[in-house]
Design a protein around this ligand. Structure first.
Ligand code: PEP
Ligand code: MG
Length: 580
């Protein structure tokens, strides 16, 4: 019998494959007492489990080295070292000698160590808590013989659908991209970092599938439909055949759209639009470059950091940025400085915050860590020699932040000049408008910046006070709320008055109905996921800007709810497209 689990569409595409269930959480351990004559065997069992965990970590290390480089792989060395720590092993063995089962002994000691590390005065040790947790999960899963608890085990080419609670940075690093065909998570929303990452990796994904892990056994066949947001478990043969047909039809349609996408983005009433691509990882650049995009409107650089234990140095960053700018052969490439924090975190070392989205993130963190920030700025200025790079600052709320960033940019130029390294001067500097503060007071920013880009994912989150990653709030995350639309209209108008380009680069810009609304609000530049470029361009060529303006004026005048505005825009869009 099939059953259909419904979640939130996060990355388009259809995959038929076996479910690989991953419970990356510390399992519950029951107290188990052993007899004196079992102690030696129990200690041997502990060592066997630790050896097995070490084997797995070594496999992961090798793979991470090949996929992400030696620096990345180093995180697994830390965990390998923990597993040979004499003090740790002695403590666990001592508990086993007091007749405790190996798994409980291991559990108790690891919990003690985590508490001790978490409170330690040395930041280096506090940073290791995440590693200890990973070690804790890995060894306990082996000792308790829990099936499918490890991302290492997915056979290559199996096109597995990875089902897990949430894709944490440490899990992201463990993924074998040759084994996994799709991702399904219980947590997350379409704008959470897991969804962004899945789109970048080109993996179909459904998020917000509450209780999926509990419902599934693992190993069963399933169909993941990233466009519909469904996971069909144990499908019938007819459903599988249908899914395969739809996947083929999608591919054929994508190819057709892609061909048409090379044409310019001009509306029927000759309003020119700029449609650029969002690039989240450098490996994506070559494909994005042939999507029909007029450049990159947002490169999210934090994915060079998310899931890593250490920051990429200047040379590594320079190579990444150069790769993207070269792929786009002279077209503009807007690279955003690190937007670390919120739900995009490096492994360990980042302070735990009660309100991370209102916390020490993005430009705030970068300005407080000038060495880290200037390393990135130098890499950007060097890469700018190879094309048209523009630098964009995230989460700006006040013009002071732009001015401070400019001072650091000047210093970065100075440092490169002193080192006699080739770099470009006067690289354009723009900001993201992602907060109501930046949107309402956008006139205070315009004199100090070269362009504006509205980050609608955050703008909606902060305007409506709705956590963008919270699955329980997903229906309340409504970009068509009149407050959001008015802010966007205001920013577009102020930008136009000041002759500054205004783009929208959040998820909203990738959806046809929203594109219709954005054109109506006066936005003339969009940055969308590479796969959405052809669809967005087709929509632009099929409507008039005037129809969009009229629809939006009507929607805003009606002072309706987001839902009412959506229905009105849908009706108007159908008319504009000449559909019945
Ligand atoms: C946004 O907030 O809309 C945006 C594009 O940035 P991110 O999704 O990376 O926060
Ligand atoms: Mg943002």
């Amino acid at each position: 019998m099939d059953s259909v689990l419904r979640g939130i569409p996060a990355s388009a595409g259809i995959v038929v494959g076996p479910v690989h269930l991953l419970r990356w959480e510390v399992p519950e351990v029951r107290q188990r007492l052993i007899h004196d004559d079992q102690i030696d065997a129990e200690i041997a069992r502990l060592h066997a489990a630790i050896d097995r965990a070490r084997d797995r970590l070594t496999t992961l290390r090798t793979r991470a080295e090949a996929q992400a480089g030696a620096e990345e792989a180093a995180i697994f060395d830390v965990q390998l070292t923990m597993l040979t720590d004499g003090e740790l092993l002695t403590a666990i063995e001592a508990l086993i000698r007091q007749n405790l089962g190996a798994e409980k002994a291991f559990d108790i000691v690891l919990l003690e160590w985590q508490q001790h590390f978490a409170r330690h005065a040395t930041p280096m040790l506090r940073e290791r808590v995440g590693d200890l947790t990973d070690v804790h999960i890995r060894v306990l899963s082996i000792l308790l013989n829990l099936p499918d608890h490890d991302p290492v085990d997915v056979p290559k080419g199996s096109n597995a659908i990875l089902v897990t609670h949430d894709l944490t940075p440490s899990l992201t690093l463990q993924l074998d991209r040759e084994a996994i065909g799709a991702i399904a998570t219980e947590a997350g929303t379409a704008t959470a970092h897991v969804a962004i990452l899945a789109r970048s990796l080109g993996l179909p994904a459904v998020v917000g599938l509450r209780a999926a892990v509990r419902t599934l056994r693992g190993g069963e066949l399933a169909i993941l439909d990233g466009t519909e947001g469904t996971l069909t478990v144990s499908p019938t043969e007819a459903e599988v055949a249908d899914a395969r047909l739809r996947a083929e039809a999608n591919q054929a349609r994508d190819e057709e759209l892609l061909e048409a996408a090379q044409a310019p983005s001009v509306t029927l009433d000759k309003v020119s639009m700029v449609v650029r691509a969002n690039v989240d990882i450098p490996e994506e650049a070559e494909l994005a470059a042939v999507s029909g995009a007029d450049g990159v409107g947002l490169m999210r650089t934090e994915f060079l950091v998310v899931g890593r234990a250490n920051m990429p140095d200047e040379d590594e960053q320079y190579r990444s940025y150069k790769r993207v700018v070269e792929a786009f052969k002279g077209r503009p490439v807007i690279i955003r400085t690190f937007d670390i924090g919120g739900d995009k975190l490096p492994v360990g070392g980042y302070p735990h915050e009660a309100n991370p989205f209102l916390g020490w993130r993005a430009i705030r963190m970068c300005l407080d860590e000038p060495a880290l920030f200037k390393t990135q700025l130098r890499a950007l200025l060097r890469a700018a020699v190879h094309g048209d790079i523009r630098i964009m600052l995230p989460l700006v709320v006040t013009v002071d932040e732009v001015r401070e960033a400019r001072t650091l940019l000047d210093e970065a130029e100075q440092e490169l000049a002193e080192r006699r390294v080739p770099f470009k001067r006067d690289v354009p500097l723009g900001v993201m408008v992602e907060t109501p503060a930046a949107a309402i007071a956008v006139d205070t920013l315009v004199r100090d910046v070269d362009f504006l880009s509205i980050g609608s994912n955050d703008l909606v989150q902060y305007t409506l006070a709705v956590d963008r990653g919270n699955v329980n709030l997903a229906p309340r995350f409504t970009p068509l709320h009149p407050a959001v639309l008015r802010l966007i209209r205001e920013v577009a108008a102020t930008g136009a008055k000041s002759d500054l380009p205004v783009a929208v680069c959040g998820e909203m810009a990738s959806q046809p109905l929203m594109v219709f609304a954005l054109i109506g609000l006066g936005v003339r530049q969009l940055s969308v996921s590479p796969r959405a470029v052809p669809i967005v361009k087709r929509l632009i060529r099929s409507i008039t800007a005037q129809a969009a303006q009229e629809a939006v004026s009507l929607a805003l005048a009606s002072s309706g709810t987001a839902r009412e505005i959506e229905l009105l825009l849908r009706r108007r869009l159908r008319v504009a497209l000449g559909e019945p």
